[in-house]
Design a protein. Structure first.
Length: 140
């Protein structure tokens, strides 16, 4: 099995709360950043998606906060597709400190929205496969 896609992020002071912890909403921003970075690395940018008439949507996100993050911490945010049947798919993500400590685990249920019909496309795998210059990055 290949390693999941990952992107490095350094926690910035303005992202922390009054307790000095990374604000809970920023974990979601880090996850979103990793998802878009993975798409771009595979050759799928916003322009390609819009040109195809689709856009990714998050339908549900679950976050398990396991360890605190503080300003200056360096983390790796992983991202990988988990394909099922039908119109939706999942992203499995981990936010891990450089010492290996897992700070958070995220699971997002997503889909591809047909921008004209305003409905999920029937087979998002085929759309991603057609758009990607490296569909292997998506497990396809």
């Amino acid at each position: 099995m290949t390693e999941p896609f990952s992107v490095a992020v350094t926690v910035r002071g303005y992202e922390t709360d009054v307790l000095g912890h990374l604000n809970q909403s920023v974990y979601l921003q880090y996850a979103e950043h990793a998802r878009w970075s993975m798409l771009q690395a595979a050759g799928v940018g916003q322009n390609e998606l819009i040109g195809k008439g689709v856009g990714p949507v998050a339908l549900e996100t679950t976050v398990r906060y396991l360890r605190e993050l503080r300003a200056g911490d360096e983390v790796e945010v992983t991202c990988g597709f988990v394909w099922g049947e039908g119109k939706t798919f999942r992203f499995a993500q981990t936010i891990r400190k450089t010492d290996g400590t897992v700070a958070a685990e995220l699971t997002t249920v997503g889909g591809l929205l047909d921008l004209k019909e305003r409905r999920l496309v029937a087979d998002p795998r085929e759309v991603f496969k057609a758009l990607a210059s490296d569909p292997g990055a998506f497990g396809l």
